[in-house]
Design a binder for this molecule. Structure first.
Ligand SMILES: Cc1cc2nc3c(=O)[nH]c(=O)nc-3n(C[C@H](O)[C@H](O)[C@H](O)COP(=O)(O)OP(=O)(O)OC[C@H]3O[C@@H](n4cnc5c(N)ncnc54)[C@H](O)[C@@H]3O)c2cc1C
Length: 500
């Protein structure tokens, strides 16, 4: 790291320089810091984070029951064994991330309370200049970096997505989004209406069911759920044999990946069979007279949206006990007492929770420019779902939808370290993705194929995302099982990346 002093307005601002600047101290940012430090020791780097601590998603979300919806043997890092139950609370994930920081002495590289406002690339200097505002003091902080490693996640942390329903201002009680759950909210003995049936609603409903007078999950259309005991029998058995945790992690991880691959394949090859099997499994967990056709029979193919996992079938237990119920209908308007549905039925509630998803945030809402020209990421084409045509020395981490996010964070971590080492080898200070002549005829497509995967938060904001070509080099693959071979073997000299 080196520092220079410059003047911004009238105040003297110290500019610090790092080889690599990592944005965000969530799972991706901490993993990237680990990979950089381990694989390329000696590089100077800093992690800038707007919040007052690490964890990203697992720090932001504080609603009751908040937990992962994929297993930690694959959602955990490749390099640090997970030693607990597979579906884990935010608190346990935070503890795990804290251990990663301590065991690798990463704390000295992380700066909290730094809200990055802008990032400008200069081709003359081959440098990024990053301007941050300190949320604790209001001061500006300036950084330069040779390489930007974007680990800012995919949604706006400050505020969740709530549709604009008519009459919302008429409702007498609180309307709460899970992403900004008020600590003081007292739902004990109250009637709670949760709008939505994604992973968040499915976590929240059973978590509060025992304490509420009643909780109703109101959904426009049903979601697929898989219920599993929250144990990993292979890991537990190996633990009884005193096998080292590193081995257990690797074996349990391979087993989880194998099972997930089989499930994926069945969903793709035999969607009707997969659909029937998923719905039959739900039926088996609910009372015999429960209307599964209306409430748990989705209208889409399995895995067009993320499959939500229910540890120990907790949602179904809540419904079976009568403490929770499901209504499938559409909202006509909010009323003073609750919501009036299109069917004419009124649902009364004391508290309404809008578990209606995220606002997509592309590159952390940072204002980017390349040589003084504003960057519109939607004008670019992605190189392997991590770099963008015409944007030098920048990689972002966007994980998998159908497998744990961290699997990709680890793979991209290896890729970036290989890329930086290659730049040294070829004495380049700049690497930019550029379409080859032979790529130019390929039709330009949207980031995601909506036939393949189409959750609301992505569909609402697809116009903000970069584009892709129907070629492996120029798209974000959702297939970990292919990428675990293709990314480590990707030829850096195949003409897609220009080294200067
Ligand atoms: C409730 C919930 C449950 C989930 N469960 C799973 C799961 O079980 N399995 C799975 O694979 N995925 C899950 N996901 C997706 C999840 O977001 C990712 O898996 C993972 O946590 C993302 O980590 P990340 O570090 O990439 O991003 P984030 O966790 O979003 O962290 C990004 C960090 O960057 C910071 N940041 C952003 N912009 C700026 C800026 N301009 N300046 C400074 N700092 C900035 C943010 O404050 C944040 O700390 C879940 C998501 C949610 C919301």
């Amino acid at each position: 790291m080196s520092t220079t002093v410059s003047r911004e307005s009238d105040a003297a601002v110290v500019t610090e320089h790092f080889d690599v600047l990592i944005v965000g101290a969530g799972i991706s940012g901490l993993g990237s810091a680990y990979h950089l430090q381990t694989q390329l020791p000696g590089r100077s780097f800093v992690v800038l984070e707007v919040q007052g601590g690490y964890g990203g998603t697992w720090r932001t979300h504080r609603y009751p029951g908040i937990r992962s919806d994929s297993d930690l043997y694959t959602f955990g890092y490749r390099f640090k064994p997970w030693v607990d139950e597979p579906i884990a609370s935010a608190q346990k994930i935070q503890r795990y991330l804290g251990e990663v920081i301590d065991e690798n002495d990463l704390a000295r590289h992380i700066r909290y309370h730094h809200h990055i406002e802008s990032a400008s690339w200069s081709s003359e200097d081959n440098l990024w200049t990053v301007l941050a505002t300190r949320t604790d003091s209001g001061d500006s902080a300036l950084f330069t970096a040779n390489f930007l490693w974007m680990c800012q996640g995919y949604y706006r942390h400050a505020e969740g997505y709530t549709p604009d329903w008519p009459g919302m201002d008429r409702f007498a009680g609180p309307i709460v989004h899970p992403q900004t759950w008020p600590e003081e909210l007292d739902y004990r003995g109250r009637r709670v209406l949760v709008i939505g049936s994604g992973a968040t609603a499915a976590t929240l409903v059973p978590a509060i069911a025992d304490d509420c007078a009643h909780v109703t999950m109101l959904q426009r259309s049903p979601t697929y759920f898989i219920s599993r005991p929250n144990v990993n029998e292979v890991a537990d058995m190996l633990r009884e044999l005193d096998i080292p945790e590193e081995w257990i992690h690797e074996i349990a991880r391979r087993k989880a990946l194998h099972d997930l691959q089989v499930l994926n394949q069945i969903c793709v090859d035999e969607p009707e069979f997969a659909r029937d099997a998923l719905i039959d499994a739900v039926r088996a967990e609910l009372p015999p007279d429960f209307d599964v056709e209306t409430h748990f029979t989705p209208h889409y193919r399995p895995w067009r949206q993320r499959l939500a996992l229910l540890p120990d079938g907790d949602l179904f237990q809540g419904i079976s006990s009568g403490k929770a119920s499901v209504v499938t209908d559409e909202i006509e308007t909010f009323t003073e007492r609750g919501v009036l549905l299109k069917s004419g039925r009124e649902l009364e509630a004391d508290i309404i929770v809008t578990a209606t998803g995220f606002n997509l945030s592309v590159l952390g809402d940072i204002s980017f420019s390349i040589d003084d020209r504003p960057l519109n990421l939607a004008d670019t084409i992605t190189y392997r779902g991590m770099m963008f045509t015409g944007v030098p020395n920048l990689v972002w981490i966007f994980g998998y939808f159908r497998a744990s996010w961290t699997l990709r964070a680890d793979l991209v971590g290896d890729f970036v370290c290989r890329l930086l080492a290659h730049m040294d080898d070829v004495k380049a200070t700049r690497v930019t993705a550029r379409l080859r002549a032979r790529d130019a005829d390929s039709p330009v497509l949207s980031w995601l194929d909506p036939e393949d995967f189409n959750p609301g938060y992505m569909m609402r904001s697809m116009h903000l995302m970069p584009h892709r070509l129907n070629l492996p080099e120029w798209q974000h693959s959702q297939d970990y099982w292919t990428e675990r071979t293709t990314l480590p073997e990707a030829d850096l000299d195949d003409g897609c990346l220009i080294f200067e």
